[in-house]
Write a protein that binds this ligand. Sequence first.
Ligand code: AMP
Ligand code: ZN
Length: 114
Amino acid sequence: MSADCLFCKIVEGKIPAKRIFEDELSLCFADINPQAPTHLLIIPKVHIASTAQAEQEHAPLLGHMVAKAAELARGAGLDGGYRIVINTGVDGGQTVDHLHLHLLGGRHMTWPPG
Ligand code: AMP
Ligand code: ZN
């Protein structure tokens, strides 16, 4: 855990969030500022700042998060598709420095992203 980290505080229950799912490795909660009808965040419970800090040892955890996103997407009925996004660093548009996967769906997504 990182003392100053917003998402670590959500993991610990010190800051409220609309928790959708959790297991021993990961937590899913609703994004506070949704960009699509479905906008969930999936985070590791351990503090990893971003994919820039990801190592091979994190591969099972990251794979678990992607598989969990797919499960949640099926559960949310996103049968027409959806988008999984991981913003990384300043140029990637990351604003919270605890690795998180966005699951966005329920509307048509455009490309390229802004
Ligand atoms: P990123 O810009 O990729 O770092 O995404 C951070 C996301 O966290 C944004 O979509 C925010 O809306 C979301 N967010 C920030 N604070 C909270 C919070 N307290 N609860 C839920 N989502 C949050
Ligand atoms: Zn953290």
